[in-house]
Design a protein around this ligand. Sequence first.
Ligand SMILES: Nc1nc2c(ncn2[C@@H]2O[C@H](COP(=O)(O)OP(=O)(O)OP(=O)(O)O)[C@@H](O)[C@H]2O)c(=O)[nH]1
Ligand SMILES: [Mg+2]
Length: 179
Amino acid sequence: MSQYKIIFTGPVGAGKTTAINSISDIPTVKTDATASDMAKNRKPATTVAMDYGMMNLDGGEKVHLYGTPGQERFDFMWDILTSGGIGLILLLDNTRADPFQDLRFFLNAFDDFIASTAVAIGVTQMDLKNSPTLAEYHQQLHGLNLKPPVFEVDAREHNDVSLLVQALLYALDPGLKGE
Ligand SMILES: Nc1nc2c(ncn2[C@@H]2O[C@H](COP(=O)(O)OP(=O)(O)OP(=O)(O)O)[C@@H](O)[C@H]2O)c(=O)[nH]1
Ligand SMILES: [Mg+2]
């Protein structure tokens, strides 16, 4: 049976932990800790090590889902978690001060991994703030010579997250199909 590993990353509050929880076919493992500086992110807890979940594909393959911490002070986990991965999901929170800066920061932090695998981008919280638009994200990416799939995603919605994962899997291998 084939087993794959993909990694969810992105800034604090983008919805990595939520997204993995939304699509996992098994109870997820979380390492959320309460942090006093999290109030500004509308949430009381932040990932300090990793998230883990797992998704079964139609063909019997298993996709292991790993989430990174968003906070840079835990960035030593980023390399550890990408090891052996086949692709990256980058979640961005449209309500943050400068989502394009987040975009550039995370593409740069994971550039070696992306160069040897693939990336798909999900923009969350677009229900709360609808600018920048997806077209503007495409423009930014075009300027960086990248053409990854970009979707509006509500991390709480199974279908949204599933579509994003399927786009990543399709970019990697058109033979892989999600649920
Ligand atoms: N309104 C709205 N809320 C969302 C959306 N996506 C996610 N959320 C909420 O945003 C919050 C995201 O929190 P987490 O999943 O903990 O974020 P995270 O990326 O794991 O953050 P760190 O672990 O701190 O890096 C949760 O409260 C979600 O319910 C969205 O599209 N719209
Ligand atoms: Mg988290």
